[in-house]
Design a protein around this ligand. Structure first.
Ligand code: CAP
Ligand code: MG
Length: 470
């Protein structure tokens, strides 16, 4: 079935993991799904709505997209896999990649739904990028947890914005005293008049030194440098001159700034030897509707470009994302090989060997009572972070931080938080205030996935997007 005078369908084609991109779409519209697939392939590669006098066999052979798999769920709806040759894409230009695959196709008027579920990025394309400088192991080294392998614990100072530098650093100091590894700026705190970036930084550095003497820990601070490029560079250079690489992590609002800007600033963080923290504020706008882009696509690019620790959601907190989907995001953060799981809308992909694992950041509506469930889902290779769940603790910040550390200590000893709370007051107060998220709920879901993968896949192939676990 042709679109714009050409047929892009080649069901016999077998993409190579070295050189071909594979993109998985969900679509529904006013044309037969086979024609929708053709339209997507045309508009995202070499074609348009009608035949071109300028088309030639060389262009057609080397640069066109190929529809190689369609799973019809109705006459006009289904899942589609399209592959693109690496030559189609400009070198080291993530903007051009996005314009091709995540661009015009969203505007085609015959479509009522279009969701780009996943992208498998070929190894040869990955070679152009450096990946995380420190990655999961490097961040563990900074916090001194390489041996213990306990989850990291962190907080976001609250209120999100408004505190003056000394007030802000006092909250940070108390958080460290309670045993937290990481304190971070909120995504909307930058360099506002009431809390200038440099002033806050200097105060926090003092807090890290003071607290470290009491706790014996090497505490970390993720400082939000997000801004226009020149200002981000100035800040990274300033951090470099201060020699703060062992304690400071450069935080970036990665979705808002875009992949091109991210790649550019990562050249500077790498040059000065800084680890980076990726906050994904805004991603959900594209992740949730009937026209959208799944987070896993961005997450793969964040890792390949070089984010060291990355927000992936929790599955048990305040933000969207079911537990199993978040588990998939966890795999994308720290596994080298990913299997295809159609019930997550996920493709198989291999990360190149030089692309190190990222540490996942579990954040959003967490408190000590959710740590058992979180670890049940994501394991211990993660950074568990709570803002309100620390600073809203009835005993205040130090006790809130202690409650989080106690919950992590309990996990490491294999004791359920409810049990550990009998001898740990701060944890008991947290559980009393916010309740206990029973890890059995998560365990049931994880077991269900393990036992029913085939059934879940069949359901998605029959019912489409609404059956995909998100
Ligand atoms: C968490 C948080 C983070 C979210 C972002 C917030 O605070 O600081 O920005 O975790 O979501 O402002 O909501 P609380 P995600 O601990 O007080 O909820 O990690 O899913 O990207
Ligand atoms: Mg926040």
């Amino acid at each position: 079935m042709a679109y714009g005078g050409y047929s892009y369908t080649d069901l016999k084609y077998k993409p190579s993991s070295e050189e071909d991109f594979v993109v998985l779409f969900w679509a529904r519209g006013s044309m037969p799904i086979e024609k929708i697939a053709e339209a997507l392939a045309a508009e995202s590669s070499v074609g348009s709505w009608t035949k071109l006098k300028t088309m030639n066999s060389f262009v057609w052979k080397h640069y066109r997209a190929r529809v190689f798999w369609v799973a019809k769920t109705g006459k006009n709806s289904g899942l589609i896999k399209i592959t693109y040759p690496i030559e189609h894409f400009d070198k080291k230009n993530v903007s051009q990649f996005q314009t091709s695959i995540l661009g015009n196709i969203f505007g085609l008027k015959e479509l009522d739904e279009l969701y780009v579920l996943d992208v498998s990025i070929p190894l040869k394309y990955q070679e152009q990028f450096k990946g995380p400088l420190r990655g999961l192991e490097g961040i563990r080294k900074m916090a001194g947890t390489k041996k213990s392998r306990r989850p990291h614990v962190g907080t976001i100072v609250k209120p999100k914005v408004g505190l003056a530098p000394k007030e802000w650093a006092k909250v940070a100091y108390e958080s460290y005293l309670g045993g937290l590894d990481l304190v971070k700026d909120d995504e909307n705190l930058a360099d506002q008049d009431f809390c200038r970036w440099k002033d806050r930084l200097h105060e926090v550095v003092k807090a890290i030194e003071r607290a470290g003497k009491e706790t014996g820990q090497n505490h970390l601070y993720a400082t939000n440098v997000t801004d226009r490029h020149s200002r981000m560079v100035e800040r990274v250079e300033y951090l470099g001159e201060m020699g703060l690489q062992d304690n400071v992590i450069v935080m970036l609002d990665v979705y808002i700034m875009g992949l091109g800007a991210l790649e550019e600033i990562l050249d500077y963080t790498r040059r000065y030897g800084f680890a980076t923290h990726g906050h994904r504020a805004g991603f959900a706008a594209a992740n949730r509707g009937s026209f959208g882009i799944n987070f896993q696509i961005y997450e793969k690019f964040y890792r390949i470009l070089g984010i060291d620790q990355m927000h992936i959601g929790t599955g048990v907190g305040k933000m969207e994302g079911g537990p199993l989907a978040v588990k998939r995001y966890h795999d994308i953060a720290d596994q080298q090989e990913l299997e295809e799981k159609m019930y997550f809308g996920s493709l198989a992909m291999e990360f190149a060997s030089h692309i190190r694992p990222m540490l996942s950041i579990a954040s959003g509506g967490l408190d000590a009572g959710r740590i058992d469930a979180l670890v049940e889902l994501q394991g211990k290779e993660t950074n568990i972070q709570a803002g309100a769940g620390v600073h809203g603790h009835p005993g205040g910040t130090v006790k809130g931080a202690l409650s989080m550390r106690q919950a992590v200590d309990a996990v490491m000893k294999g004791i359920p938080a409810k049990e550990y709370a009998k001898t740990h007051k701060e944890l008991a107060q947290a559980l009393k205030t916010w309740g206990y998220f029973d890890p059995a709920i998560v365990r049931r879901q994880v077991n269900y996935e393990a036992r029913n993968a085939d059934k879940l896949t069949k359901t998605v192939l029959k019912k489409g997007r609404k059956a995909i676990l998100m």
